[in-house]
Design a protein around this ligand. Structure first.
Ligand code: AMP
Length: 288
C-alpha cells in the first residue's frame, strides 16, 4: 500500500491565500476548521463534517496568545504538530495552516475585535480579554482563509454565538456551522484540557455532564431554573469542583439568563478541578 500524500503545511497567510484562490478559481468549496492543536476526536469530527460538505478542507493550528489570561495555561498548553498532522492524515485534509505568532501579529499590530453583549456573561467576566482575543483571531482567520463554511464546536457554545455574531456584523462571507459536542463514553466532553486531569480528577469530572443532564430533564418539564441551579451547584461542590465559576440557564442565542425554559436554552457551566478549568453545556427546550 502506498503512503497517503503528505499534507501541505502552510506557514504564511500568503501561502494560505494562494491555495484558497486556486481552489476558488476551480469552483471548489472550501471548509475551514480553526483549532489550537492538541487534536482529539472532537476536532476530527469537525473535520469530517467539513469533509462531508466541502471539496477542500483547511485546518488551522495556532495557539493564540491573546485569548489566554496572564496567569493561564498558554505556556503549558499542549503542542505537538507532528502528532496533530498524523491524526489529520487519518481523516484527510487538503492543507494545514500553521502560522507562528509573528505571522499573525506582526510588529505594529493594533486592531481588536470586540463583540458586545454576548460576552458580558458566562465565561466573559471570568476570563477578561478572552473573547476579544478569540474574536480578533477568528476574524483574521476567516478573512485569511476565505472559506465557504467554517466549523466550530457547540462545546464552546458562547464562542460559537460570538463567532456567528462577528461574521454577520463584519459581513465576512462565510457560513458558520455548529457541530454537536463529542463526548467520552462516560459523558465527559472531549477537551485538550482533559489531559491535565489526574486519574482521580478525571473520575470526578464525569459529574459535570451528569449534573447538566439531570438539570435539563428537570427544566424541560417547566420547573423554575433557580432551585435547579442551586442543586446543581451543590452536586458540583460535593464532587470537588472549586470554584464553580458559573452554572447558568440561558437563552440559546441571546445568552440572556432564563428564569424558566420557555424556548431553546442552554445550561452552561465552568468549574475548576484542581488547576484545570472545565466547561460544558447542554441544550434544553420545553418538553425536550
Ligand atoms: P480548540 O482547539 O480547543 O480551540 O477547539 C477548536 C474547535 O474544536 C472549536 O470550535 C471547539 O469548539 C471544537 N471542539 C473542541 N472540543 C470539542 C468537542 N468535544 N466536540 C466538538 N467540538 C469540539
Amino acid at each position: 500500500m502506498r503512503d497517503a500524500p503528505a499534507i501541505p503545511i502552510l506557514p504564511t497567510v500568503a501561502a494560505l491565500r494562494a491555495a484558497s484562490a486556486t481552489w476558488r478559481r476551480a469552483g471548489e468549496a472550501i471548509g475551514f476548521v480553526p483549532t489550537m492543536g492538541a487534536l482529539h476526536e472532537g476536532h476530527l469530527t469537525l473535520v469530517r463534517q467539513a469533509r462531508a460538505q466541502c471539496r477542500r478542507v483547511v485546518v488551522s493550528i495556532f495557539v493564540n496568545p491573546t485569548q489566554f489570561g496572564p496567569n493561564s495555561d498558554f505556556a503549558r498548553y499542549p503542542r505537538d504538530l507532528a502528532a496533530d498532522i498524523a491524526k489529520l492524515a487519518t481523516v484527510g485534509v487538503d492543507a494545514v495552516f500553521a502560522p507562528d505568532v509573528g505571522e499573525m501579529y506582526p510588529d505594529g499590530f493594533a486592531t481588536t475585535v470586540t463583540v458586545a453583549g454576548l460576552t458580558d456573561g458566562l465565561c466573559g467576566p471570568h476570563r477578561p480579554g478572552h473573547f476579544a482575543g478569540v474574536a480578533t483571531v477568528v476574524s483574521k482567520l476567516l478573512l485569511q482563509c476565505q472559506a465557504d463554511a467554517a466549523y466550530f464546536g457547540e462545546k464552546d457554545w458562547q464562542q460559537l454565538q460570538v463567532v456567528r455574531r462577528l461574521a454577520r456584523d463584519l459581513d465576512i462571507p462565510v457560513r458558520i456551522e455548529g457541530v454537536p459536542t463529542v463526548r467520552e463514553a462516560d459523558g465527559l466532553a472531549m477537551s485538550s484540557r482533559n489531559f491535565y486531569l489526574s486519574p482521580d480528577e478525571r473520575q470526578r469530572a464525569t459529574v459535570l455532564y451528569r449534573t447538566l443532564s439531570a438539570m435539563a430533564a428537570e427544566l424541560a418539564g417547566g420547573a423554575p431554573a433557580a432551585p435547579a441551579i442551586a442543586r446543581g451547584f451543590a452536586a458540583l461542590s460535593k464532587a470537588g469542583f472549586d470554584p464553580v465559576d458559573y452554572l447558568s440557564v440561558v437563552e440559546a442565542e441571546s445568552l440572556q439568563p432564563a428564569a424558566r425554559v420557555t424556548g431553546p436554552c442552554r445550561i452552561a457551566v465552568a468549574a475548576w478541578l484542581g488547576k484545570t478549568r472545565l466547561i460544558d453545556n447542554v441544550a434544553v427546550a420545553p418538553g425536550a
